[in-house]
Write a protein that binds this ligand. Structure first.
Ligand SMILES: [Zn+2]
Length: 137
């Protein structure tokens, strides 16, 4: 089940770049990571969160859960208590972008988190589409 979902995300992401070429200002920076002992540090974490237009704390919570590892955020970098390949981290960041940033209707990244009747939603400022925000925890 979990595997199938991830494959679905991979496929969905794989089909995105052509669409995104029209909106070239949206680029997720490459994750700048290094492994030390049994920890993996993401050096440009703020830069990535800024590019996504999301609070770093949201992205951090998502990554810790998805990677099944605890970590710390020092206001700039994130250190995860697990050895992780750079590609694995990027895959999770891409999955986050698909779920929480990119509009499911028009594929643009111009979304914001809003509230509707007390429920958090992801609303697109470009086309007006919205969907309920899936809770991370
Ligand atoms: Zn849209």
């Amino acid at each position: 089940m979990e595997q199938g979902y991830n494959e679905l995300l991979d496929r969905a992401w794989g089909s995105l770049p052509d669409n995104l070429k029209e909106h070239s200002r949206f680029e997720i920076p490459k994750a700048d990571t290094f492994i030390e002992g049994n920890q993996t540090t993401i050096r440009n974490f703020n830069e990535i969160a800024n590019a996504l237009g999301r609070d770093p704390k949201y992205l951090m919570t998502y990554l810790f859960k998805e990677l099944a590892a605890p970590g710390v955020y020092d206001g700039n970098r994130v250190v995860i208590q697990r050895v992780l390949k750079q590609g694995v981290i990027e895959q999770k960041i891409n999955a986050y972008a698909l779920e929480y940033v990119i509009c499911h209707e028009c594929q643009r990244p111009d979304t914001e988190i809003a509230e509707l009747a007390g429920q958090k939603i992801i609303k697109c400022q470009a086309c007006g589409a919205w969907k309920p925000m899936r809770r991370i925890k």
